[in-house]
Ligand binder design. Structure first.
Ligand SMILES: *Cc1c(COP(=O)(O)O)cnc(C)c1O
Length: 471
C-alpha cells in the first residue's frame, strides 16, 4: 500500500492527506492541491478492468488516491450509493453517432448534468470524513446554474452538514432554479442574491476569508467551512473513472481512443489528462470551448490572457479564468511550485501570462483545442438531430463540433463527452431543431413542485447573519 501525499501547486503549503485535501479546498498559499505522484496502472491491470461494472471500476481507480486515508469498505459503500442514484444501469452509457463517433452520456444523474458524477460522490465522502473527525461542516457555494443543483443533490439530507447555495436572482433558468429550490430538506438553504453571479462569488470568497464566521457556534463541535467548487480534488478524481469506462468499452487498452471535452474550468478535461497519465491510451484530448476561449487562444499563441465573459448558448462554460488550468501548468513546469506562484501572482496583476516555449510545446503535444461559435453550436444540434434523431444540448454540441474539426485520424474512435441533458437547455435545442426536448419522467412534476428560497441583498454581512441564524 502506498499513501499518496498531496502538495500545493504553489509549493508553500503543508502536505496533506486525501481527507484533509477534500476539506481544505484551496491551499493556504493560494494554490491547488494535487498528488505528489500520479499512480499508474499496467496494461495487465487495465485489461482486467474490462469486465468491471461502473462502481467496481470507480473503486479500482479512486482507491489509488485514497489509500491510507479512507478505509476500503467505506469507499466501496460511498461509491455504490453515489452511482445508484443514476437512472441508467450502465451509469455512463455510450451512444454511437456514426461509424467512429460516440457520445458518452454523462447526464443520467439526479440533476441531468455531468457534475452529478463528482458531487454525488463528494457529498457522501464529506459526510464520512466529518463523521470520522466528529466535525460538522457548512458547505457554501455560488452557482450560475448547474453546480448548485448538483451540489444540493449530493449534500441534501446528510447528517453532518448544512449547505448554502447562492444564485443570482432571476438569472438562472426556471429548470435550474427549481432543481435547487424544490429540494426541501432541512439542511438545504437556497439564497437568491439581488445581483450577478460574480456578486455571489465575491460574497462566498468574503465568507471564506472571514475567520470569525463561526466563532459563536464552535463551542463543542468544530464547524468547518467547505467549498464544493470545481477545484475540489475529490471531484477531479471521480471524473477520471468515465474516461476509463468509455475507452474500455471501445477496445482499450489494445485500441487508442480520442476524447472531445466541453470545457470551462478545465476540471473535466484535466481528469482525462490524469487518465492518460495513469496509463490509458488516449490519442487526442480536445479542449472544446465556446466563444469564451481563453484556453483555445492559449494553445494557439502560448499566451494565457483574460478577456471579459460574453454570454453564450452554453452558459456553464462562460468563464474568464479556468481555475483548474493551474494544475496543468504545474505539470507543464515540472512541478516547480515557486515558478507557478510567481506566474499566478503576475497573472493576477496583468491579467495574462506567457508560457515558456518548453511549457507551450508540451501543452501543444498533449492537447488540441477549438472554439465553437453559437451559430456553429446551433448548426451542430440541427445536423445531429437530422442525421441521428438525437437531441443534444448546446454544451455537447460544442464538444461534437470541436471534435469533428480537430480529429486527426478519422478511423480512430472519437468520444464526445455529453455533459448535459438536452432538456436542461430547451430553448437552444428548440431553436435549432423545432423540437422541445421533454424532461425525463421523474422530473415531470418539477415545474409544479413547492419551492423554498430566501432573497437577500448583495451584501456579505447580510448573508453571514443569515447563515449564523440557520445553523
Ligand atoms: C460545468 C460544465 C462544463 C464545464 O466543465 P469544466 O470541468 O468546468 O471544464 C461543461 N458542460 C456542462 C453542462 C457543465 O455543467
Amino acid at each position: 500500500m502506498m499513501t499518496i501525499k498531496y502538495i500545493s501547486t504553489r509549493g508553500a503549503a503543508p502536505e496533506l492527506s486525501f481527507e484533509d485535501v477534500v476539506l481544505a479546498g484551496l491551499a493556504s498559499d493560494g494554490g491547488l492541491y494535487l498528488p505528489d505522484s500520479i499512480p499508474e496502472f499496467s496494461m495487465m491491470e487495465i485489461n482486467a478492468m474490462r469486465a468491471m461494472s461502473y462502481p467496481e471500476l470507480a473503486f479500482t481507480i479512486i482507491s489509488r488516491f485514497t489509500e491510507g486515508s479512507i478505509a476500503p469498505e467505506a469507499l466501496e459503500k460511498i461509491i455504490a450509493d453515489s452511482y445508484k442514484t443514476f437512472r441508467h444501469a450502465a451509469v455512463a452509457p455510450l451512444t454511437q453517432l456514426d461509424t467512429h463517433t460516440f457520445m458518452l452520456e454523462l447526464f443520467h444523474g439526479p440533476t441531468l448534468a455531468f457534475k452529478d458524477f463528482a458531487l454525488q460522490f463528494l457529498g457522501r465522502l464529506l459526510d464520512h470524513i466529518l463523521d470520522k473527525k466528529k466535525q460538522k461542516a457548512v458547505v457554501i457555494g455560488a452557482t450560475s446554474g448547474d453546480t448548485g443543483s448538483a451540489a444540493i443533490a449530493g449534500c441534501r439530507n446528510r447528517a453532518n452538514m448544512d449547505i448554502f447555495i447562492l444564485h443570482p436572482k432571476g438569472r438562472v433558468s426556471e429548470v435550474q432554479r427549481r432543481q435547487m429550490t424544490a429540494v426541501l430538506d432541512k439542511n438545504v438553504h437556497n439564497i437568491a442574491i439581488e445581483g450577478t453571479f460574480d456578486d455571489c462569488q465575491d460574497i462566498v470568497k468574503a465568507l471564506f476569508q472571514d475567520a470569525s464566521l463561526f466563532r459563536a457556534t464552535n463551542n463543542e463541535q468544530r464547524t468547518t467551512l467547505v467549498a464544493v467548487n470545481s477545484i475540489n480534488w475529490a471531484r477531479i478524481v471521480a471524473q477520471i473513472v468515465y474516461y476509463f469506462y468509455a475507452a474500455l468499452a471501445l477496445g482499450a487498452p489494445s485500441r487508442s481512443v480520442s476524447f472531445s471535452v466541453p470545457t470551462g474550468n478545465f476540471g473535466d478535461i484535466y481528469a482525462g489528462h490524469l487518465a492518460r497519465r495513469m496509463g490509458l491510451p488516449i490519442e487526442q484530448l480536445i479542449i472544446a470551448t465556446n466563444r469564451n476561449d481563453i484556453l483555445t487562444r492559449c494553445l494557439a499563441t502560448g499566451v494565457y490572457g483574460m478577456e471579459t465573459v460574453v454570454p453564450s448558448l452554453s452558459p456553464s462554460m462562460d468563464i474568464q479564468i479556468s481555475s483548474n488550468f493551474e494544475r496543468l501548468l504545474f505539470d507543464l513546469y515540472e512541478q516547480d511550485g515557486k515558478e507557478i506562484a510567481k506566474m499566478m501572482t503576475s497573472f493576477r496583476a496583468e491579467k495574462k501570462l506567457t508560457l515558456s516555449s518548453l511549457a507551450w510545446n508540451r501543452f501543444k503535444s498533449e492537447f488540441t483545442a477549438s472554439a465553437v461559435s453559437d451559430e456553429d453550436t446551433k448548426k451542430t444540434i440541427a445536423e445531429t438531430y437530422k442525421s441521428t434523431g438525437q437531441l443534444i444540448d448546446p454544451h455537447t454540441a460544442v464538444g461534437l463540433a470541436a471534435g469533428q474539426r480537430c480529429r486527426a485520424n478519422t478511423a480512430m474512435p472519437l468520444i464526445v463527452l455529453s455533459t448535459a441533458h438536452a432538456a436542461k437547455f430547451p430553448d437552444a435545442v428548440k431553436d435549432a431543431t423545432d423540437v422541445h426536448p421533454p424532461l425525463p419522467a421523474h422530473l415531470k412534476d418539477l415545474l409544479k413542485a413547492e419551492e423554498r428560497c430566501d432573497t437577500l441583498a448583495n451584501d456579505a454581512a447580510a448573508v453571514k447573519t443569515y447563515i449564523n441564524n440557520k445553523i
